[in-house]
Every structure is written in structure tokens, then in C-alpha cells.
Design a protein around this ligand. Sequence first.
Ligand code: SF4
Length: 508
Amino acid sequence: MSPKKLKEFNTTVKDSTCVDVLFGYCYPSTYRVGMTGLALHIFYAILNSREDTSCERYFRYDTSSPALSVESRRPLGDNHIIGFSLTYEEDIINLVQMLDSGNIPVLAEKRTGDDPIVVVGGPVVTANPEPFVDFVDAFVIGEGDLVIHDIVDLVIAGSSRKEVLSQFAEVRGVYVPTVSKLKINRNIILDLDTLDYPVAQIIPDVSEGSRLEPVFGKSFLLEVTRGCGHSCRFCLIGHVCQPRRTRSLGRLKDLVRMGIENTPVSKVSMIGSSLGDLDRLEDLVCWIVDQDLGVSVPSLRADTVSEPLLECLVKSGQRTLTIAPETGSVELRQSIGKGLDNAAIEAAVEMATRSGYNSLKLYFIIGLPGETDDDIKASVDMIVGLAKTSGLKVTASVNPFIPKAQTRWEREPQPPIDELRRKLKLVEKGVKERSKVTIESLDPRNARIQASLSVGDRSLGKVIQTAATYGGYAGWRRAEKETGISFLSLANNAERLQNELPWSFLRK
Ligand code: SF4
């Protein structure tokens, strides 16, 4: 897409000759997904609020080139700092391809003083940066809002690349692989109310349904919480973003007022995990609806849903209730630490039906440690039972278990791909001929790539670099053969996972 055709509101274009630092904010996937991420809006606002810095955006897909900024076609290699948010492990391929397309050496060791400094943050690297060290000059471990100013200040003050990187290594939560350190602390901001927040968010001027439209539609992103008060054994957010923190109701209302004044939208998308745990979520949602605004909330824990809350959400235009039972088996659900009973799930669905919802989205995991075929059958029974009793259209998203670094199940192997496929077929067969049920699933091969990257170590650099030259699952297979690195079997290797873990130097 030509940038001339892509009109956006709230972008910032500065004269690059009048600032000290050029920052390229990169999202290593599609424009649509990148624009849905709050991190993009936060860092864009923070960086451009500095008179000495110009931040422009780059995306792997859907813009005229991954190596030219959306704002002014600034070449990627002209930036002093390039910052990536890595939200999904497989996007490392896109990250490497973006560097290559910008003629920036993909290997950190080959970069010189003329090349940008490549910084990567996000939940994936906060959990385990080790598979990616070959390509990255510095990682931000934890929440980047705390260190972004330090990073820019050190680049301005530094006289050489080497000096800047050694200074970076002194900043709490910044990990520089070439500067050895025994431990790295994770950055966590305790008081969200004191943080600056982007109230003038970038909105693309595209029609509804456009492939450039953000995932939640054109809306003001309202970050309500960070972290989660639960810590389900498999869940990355429940482990690396602890503790759970919440903005006060007063601050959230102020942000909505300012956001709607400065962002040309009429809908608020709430961001946060397990939002139903929030005291007064109902007050906030109903207050937003009273302002004549639409509102969407992400997945809610079934035991936190109330009828008045659902009625307000229906008024705001939300018609799909999203909940994550993870499994239909009560015992297995307890063993994953979910602490949710079937009665709460059934009650939430009944309330949704009474409140005027027309569809239900349910999240399940297959291949969980200790899972039996009876547990799979319990999930099928739950999907079919809820569809039947509620009469709602049901979409069940059934995805393979992916062991994640720093979770309580970090040492659990992922079942073989054939076994995951067999389990998935059991679910599909079980709900077959239910016209109101749709099954969605992540391909077990993609789940395997994610798992291997998630629990891998720094030996994976070569296989990643080779796979980036080919692309797709076949590219990973080919890279495995060419490098002789057993990448795809790594997450299934129970023995290997008993050794010292590659991320053991990261501290909470
Ligand atoms: S699965 Fe949901 S409730 Fe459990 S820890 Fe993760 S975000 Fe929290």
C-alpha cells in the first residue's frame, strides 16, 4: 500500500534535521495487529513528546516497504535506535527480514557505529531472550515505559556504540548480551496512575472491515490493568507481569474523557487480563455507555460476570461473550490452577443469553500435562452442552499447549505434533454436525515453532537466521536440516528441560 493512500489521524512528523535522535518503532508483523497493540501508542507518544527525538513507525506487512517509515518514508537504516515489540515468538523471522530489508546487518556482532542500535522488548523476550541474542543489541526485560528515556539519553550522550551498550547494561531491566551479567531484574511499574498515557492515539482512516482496521475496530485503547491476580500454570502474563496493578476509577474516567477529545473515535476498547476481577468494572463500563460510547472488553473470567455488567455491554453493542474454560474437565482445570467450576461457566452463559448476547467464544487448550482422552471428551461435552442450552452461536478456539519460559509449566514437554492433531480431531469429530458450533485452532506445527522458541537457548540463532531466508513451516524444516540443529523436537525433549534453564539469570 502506498503511504499516500493511507491517511491516519494523530501522527507526528518532525524535521529529522532538527532532532538529536531518530527512533524507528517497528512492529514485526501486520499493520493491523501492530496498530492494535498498546505498546505502539505508548512509545510513539513518549518518544515524540521529547523535543530532541523523532519516532516513526515501520511494519513488516501492508505498508509500501518494511524498510520505509509510514510517516515520511524514512529509511530504517537512518535511525539511531530501532525498537521492536516482540509479542509472538514466530515474529522473530519477520524481525530478521525487516533488518535485512533495511540493509542493517542482521547479526548484532556485524553492526558498526554507522548502524542503528537494535532494542527489543515485549512479553516474549521478558520471559526468555536467549534464542534471539544473535540479532539484538539490547533487550528490555519487563515494562519499557520505565527505561525508554534512559535509552534515548544514553544514545545522545554516548560517544561510541560500544560505550552506549555498556551504559545500557547499567540500566535496571536492560539486558545487553555482549556485556555479561549474573542477573537481570525485571522492570515493573507499581503505580499505573502516575504514568503518562497516550490520549491522542493514531487511528487509520479506513472503512469498517478493511484489512488495515485494528483488531478491535477504530477505538480508543484504555489500559485498565497490567498483570493478573491469578497465575494459571501455563500462562505467561500470569507469571511475567506480576503483580496485578489497576488504574483508579477516577483516572480511567479522565483518560476516557481526554482520549475521546483527542482521538477521532466513538468506542473504547478495554485492555487488561481478567478484567472482571476489577472492583467496579460494572461502574466503569456503564459510565462509558452513558457517555454514548461503544465499549468492548476482552475475555472475562466466568465467575466475575454479572447480569448488570452484561446488560451494559449489550447496550454498548457487544454481542459476543468471551470466556476461557481451558478444559471441560473440572479436575484438569484445577490442576492448571484456573480455579473455576462448571457451574460458574454455565451461569455466565445463562446470563449472557438473558442479557441479549447472540454468540459465545470459548477458549480451550489441548495437550495439557496429565490430560487424558476423557478430559478431551469433557471439553467436547461442554462445547456441545453450552451450545444446546444457550441457543447461542458458539466458536470454540482449541489450541495446543505451549510451554512458556518462567511459568510453572516451563519444564513440561509439548506432546508430539501427531498426538496434538489426534486430540484436535477428537474435538472436531465430537462437535461435528452441530450447525451452531465452529472450531478454530492454531496449526500444531505453528504451536511447535512457538514452543521451541519459547524454551530455547542461544544455539537457535543459526536456525532462525536460515529459516528467515525461506519462510513458512517448510523453511524451518529446511533450516533444521541445513544447520543440523534439532529445533522442532526441542520443546518435546523432556530430558533437556530438566537441565539448567537458559533464562535462569532473569529475576523478578
Ligand atoms: S489465564 Fe487468564 S486468569 Fe489465568 S493467569 Fe492468565 S490472564 Fe490470569
